[in-house]
Ligand binder design. Structure first.
Ligand code: GLP
Length: 243
């Protein structure tokens, strides 16, 4: 695990976007998996801009969405689907054969998990970009989730249900999440965990300096040989050791 500190959110996002754009330049059929949420927003915008401005061929990439709120339609502006469509799929005009998102309305969610698992078995994830929740979750891998999990459906933690309201225009009933598992993260060739702002300082301290334990999911990042934590000064503010 490597840790990189940036002056601010923009510099952090620019670094991630640059790295992904260059990786696509070197590997046009790159498989990119991304979280939604506030953190990767600017990375997605800058990545789209760079790919277009630098005329990088992105016509063969594959895009995978990390997770979704169970029961929400893709038209809900707070859904992960909506984020992926608006930030990546539509701007890059990806073909349906190029992207894979959880269908949170599927009648059989375990079949939906199996579909995503099969798809990932067929292609390795080259770069996985994840954020971190206020309880240390990654995707919807809540505290206590096994580090060996593949895709699964999970009862959301109370913290996730209340913090998650920030994505919605009006109060929504959040119950379950559907998410890729940590086995996918451990198998990804490179993982970026991004966090910015002082509200993430505590969870970043636990991720970097606490115990590696399933009770604090993001600590798994330290078990990945090619993972990079990207944080701004505010998110780094509680780290005790200078890095
Ligand atoms: C959400 C999502 C995660 C996301 C995390 C942090 O609940 N399930 O995929 O990375 O929480 O979100 P944010 O970037 O908005 O702080």
């Amino acid at each position: 695990m490597e840790l990189k500190r940036f002056k601010n959110y923009h510099e952090l996002s620019d670094f991630a976007a640059d790295d992904i754009a260059n990786s696509i330049k070197n590997n046009p059929s790159l498989v990119l998996c991304m979280a939604s949420g506030d953190t990767p927003k600017l990375t997605a915008d800058l990545l789209v801009k760079k790919l277009k401005e630098e005329k990088i061929d992105y016509s063969k990439i594959t895009f995978i969405g990390l997770d979704e709120w169970v029961g929400l339609p893709p038209t809900n502006s707070g859904s992960c689907h909506y984020f992926f469509q608006n930030k990546m799929i539509q701007p890059l005009q990806l073909k349906p054969s190029q992207y894979f998102l959880f269908d949170a309305l599927a009648k059989d969610l375990s079949m939906e998990c199996a579909r995503m698992d099969r798809m990932i078995t067929d292609r390795d994830i080259d770069i996985m970009v994840v954020g971190i929740g206020m309880n240390g979750h990654i995707g919807f891998n809540e505290p206590g989730t096994s580090f060996n999990n593949l895709s699964h459906v999970i009862e959301l933690d109370e913290v996730t249900k209340s913090v998650g309201q920030k994505y919605f225009n009006e109060q929504v009933e959040l119950g379950k999440g559907i998410t890729l598992g940590f086995k996918h993260l451990l198998n990804a060739k490179k993982v970026f965990l991004m966090a910015n702002g002082s509200k993430k300082a505590e969870v970043i301290k636990k991720t970097v300096e606490g115990q590696v334990t399933e009770n604090f999911p993001a600590s798994i990042i330290r078990q990945h040989e090619n993972s990079v934590i990207l944080i701004d000064e505010e998110a780094a503010s509680l780290l005790s050791k200078p890095r």
